[in-house]
Design a binder for this molecule. Structure first.
Ligand code: FAD
Length: 278
C-alpha cells in the first residue's frame, strides 16, 4: 500500500466482555484488512477504564493484532501506574501512548498534579527503553496553553524526555498541520508526527466532543454538516471531505494517519480505500 502502510486505528474500551468480543471479532477484523500498524486503546479519565483498557489490549493481542494501550498520569496513583507498566511489559506490549489525560468530569481545568512529560520520564525511569512512547501533539494549540510557543515548548519537553513519535489532536485545516510540522522542524523536533483523523458521522457528537477537546470545526464545515440531516448522507459527505483532507496531509508529508474510529469501521474503511491506489 506504499505511503498508506502507516495507518493506525484508535478504539475506546467497551464496557463488558460481549462488547469487547464484538469489537475484536467485527470492528478490528474489518479494519485489519486495511493493514494497520496497530490498534490503540484509550484510557479513561482518572484511570476509570484501567481494567477495560488492559483487557481490550490483551483481547486484541490474543486475536493476533498489534495493540497499543494509552496511559495517562493525570491524577493516577504512581504505584498503580508502575504495576500497570510491568503488567504490560510481561504481556508483550512494546508500545504505549503516554498522556496527561483528560480531567474527570466535574473537576474543572488546571488541577493536574502532573503532565505527560512527567509520565514519559516515569516510564523511561521505570522501564528503560522497553516501550516505544507516542505522545499527543496539537497543531491547533492545546486549550490549556497560553501561546503557540508555550505549547511547542511543552511538546519539545516530552520529546526530549524520551518520546519516540506523536499523534495529533484531530483537525480539519491542513495548513495548521503544515505550519506545525515547520515549527517542529525549526525547534529541532524530528520524531514522526502522525495526523489524527476524525471521520464525520454524527453532527451532534462531533460538535460536543470538539468543544470538549478544543478541536476546531471550521465555520464552513459546520454549515456544510448542518445541511445533511440524516447520518447516512452526512457520512458520505464526511468521507469525501476527510478523504480530501487526508490526501492533502499525505502530500504535506504526514508520516502516518491515526483514525479516531469511535469503535466503528465503516467511514474509516471507506476513507482509507479512497486513498489506496487501485
Ligand atoms: P501535556 O503534554 O501534559 O500538555 C497539555 C497542556 O498542559 C500543555 O499545552 C500545557 O498547557 C500544559 N502543560 C504541559 N506541561 C506543563 C508544564 N510542565 N507546566 C505547566 N503546564 C504544562 N485523554 C484521555 O484521558 N485518555 C486517552 O486515552 C487519550 N488519548 C489521546 C490520544 C491522542 C492522540 C490525543 C491527541 C489526545 C488524547 N487524550 C486522551 C486527550 C489528552 O489527554 C488531553 O488533550 C489532555 O488535556 C492533555 O494531554 P497531553 O498528554 O497532551 O498533556
Amino acid at each position: 500500500m506504499g505511503a498508506l502502510q502507516r495507518i493506525t486505528f484508535e478504539f475506546f474500551p467497551p464496557r463488558d466482555n460481549p462488547g469487547r468480543k464484538k469489537l475484536v471479532d467485527n470492528v478490528a477484523a474489518k479494519l485489519a484488512q486495511l493493514g494497520p500498524e496497530y490498534f490503540s486503546v484509550t484510557y479513561g479519565a482518572g484511570g476509570s477504564t484501567r481494567d477495560g483498557t488492559r483487557q481490550t489490549v490483551l483481547s486484541l493481542m490474543e486475536a493476533g493484532y498489534q495493540a497499543v494501550p494509552h496511559l495517562s498520569i493525570g491524577n493516577d496513583d504512581t504505584a498503580e501506574l508502575l504495576d500497570l507498566l510491568d503488567e504490560y511489559r510481561d504481556a508483550g506490549v512494546t508500545h504505549l501512548v503516554a498522556l496527561r489525560g483528560d480531567q474527570p468530569s466535574g473537576m474543572g481545568r488546571n488541577r493536574f498534579a502532573h503532565n505527560a512529560e512527567a509520565l514519559v520520564k516515569l516510564v523511561r525511569q521505570h522501564s528503560g527503553d522497553h516501550f516505544h512512547l507516542t505522545v499527543a501533539a496539537y497543531p491547533e494549540i492545546h486549550p490549556d496553553a497560553t501561546s503557540a510557543r508555550q505549547d511547542l515548548d511543552f511538546f519539545k519537553r516530552k520529546v526530549d524526555a524520551g518520546a519516540n513519535s506523536a499523534i495529533t489532536q484531530y483537525f480539519y485545516c491542513p495548513e495548521a498541520y503544515a505550519l506545525y510540522l515547520d515549527r517542529c522542524a525549526s525547534a529541532g523536533i524530528n520524531i514522526p508526527i502522525y495526523a489524527g483523523i476524525m471521520p464525520i458521522t454524527n453532527a451532534e457528537s462531533l460538535f460536543r466532543f470538539s468543544e470538549k477537546a478544543g478541536a476546531d470545526v471550521p465555520r464552513w464545515l459546520r454549515y456544510a454538516i448542518a445541511e445533511h440531516d440524516n447520518d447516512s448522507d452526512l457520512t458520505q459527505f464526511g468521507v469525501d471531505v476527510v478523504t480530501r483532507l487526508c490526501e492533502r496531509l499525505l502530500t504535506l508529508g504526514a508520516p502516518g494517519l491515526h483514525f479516531y474510529t469511535l469503535n466503528r469501521w465503516g467511514a474509516s474503511t471507506r476513507i482509507v480505500q479512497n486513498l489506496t491506489p487501485a
